[in-house]
Design a protein around this ligand. Sequence first.
Ligand SMILES: NC(=O)c1ccc[n+]([C@@H]2O[C@H](COP(=O)([O-])OP(=O)(O)OC[C@H]3O[C@@H](n4cnc5c(N)ncnc54)[C@H](OP(=O)(O)O)[C@@H]3O)[C@@H](O)[C@H]2O)c1
Length: 326
Amino acid sequence: MKTALLGGLEVSRIGLGTMTMAGMYTSEGALDNAESVRTIHRALDLGVTHLDTAEIYGPFLSEELVGQALKGRRDQVKIATKFGLVSHSGGGPGVVDSSAVNVKAAVEGSLKRLGTDHIDLYYQHRVDRNTPIEETAGAVAELIADGKVLHFGLSEASPATIRRAHAVQPVTALQTEYSLWTRDVEAEILPLLRELGIGFVPYSPLGHGLLTGQIRSVEDFAEDDWRKTNPRFTGENFERNLGIVDEVKAIGAEVGATPAQTALAWLLTRGDDIAPIPGTRRVSRVEENIAADGIELSRDQVDRLNSLRPAAGERHDETSMASIDL
Ligand SMILES: NC(=O)c1ccc[n+]([C@@H]2O[C@H](COP(=O)([O-])OP(=O)(O)OC[C@H]3O[C@@H](n4cnc5c(N)ncnc54)[C@H](OP(=O)(O)O)[C@@H]3O)[C@@H](O)[C@H]2O)c1
């Protein structure tokens, strides 16, 4: 597996997102922890050295599964996790809190669940409007000085926030949505990251599953599936977005790639400082996604993928969009 360089952190250029192992797109009852652990092991066997999780996934289950899977294999991989969406001073899960006190409480739980004495990349999950970013960056700087954290990351942060945080504690990576149908970061964010020497981790690189070509109807989603209320998966938007997938599928077929592999191979053409984290909780899918590392798209194919029309619909519903730092 080729590698990507995120700031000073080297990782496999295809990582593994472990969010769905704890639900989100699946009702709790449908989870299969044993298959999730097998999926992490398979990823490691195939050369993945970058696992992405967060304390809010579950909450806690995703970190627990990562910890379980890495017993005896901790040194093979870089662990990225996130704080700031669980308030440990009474607010609980879903409450945005990046105060220094909360960051220091959160890290102890994550270290314990992950079964490690250090987190390789520790992200603020969402910018906290009630806490100056300097306070949060300062708290992470202290964790770095203590050896509990090696690198600082931000997620869905605006250019102004990135600059302010970076001035206090150099940021290693920004994690924000980026894929064939979500290219907002290309205008301002990616040039800024390159100016500052910060790496980029695209989340939801498969468009929450739509770009895999496996989803043709939202009727199959469970009632509590997050995508049921996502604007891109509803009504006319969904029908229009299926058209994008059909084009991805046709281009990929020219090189024998599945739509998921084509979407990932395209992301890998965007730079050596970009390391996507496709999410899955199944062995067969992790194998398919990792094989994108070996897919070469021609110039003409990349040009055609670049020219695809953007997705119809906002990438999050109104409530989630309100939590994003613009
Ligand atoms: N920083 C943030 O705010 C943020 C937000 C969202 C996600 N993330 C991170 O990014 C990672 C990936 O994002 P994501 O899970 O939202 O979206 P994604 O990677 O775009 O897509 C994941 C979905 O696609 C399905 N899938 C994966 N590979 C497939 C394949 N080859 N064929 C068919 N279906 C496939 C998965 O199903 P199964 O899982 O059932 O296999 C899952 O439903 C997450 O795990 C998380 O670590 C971060």
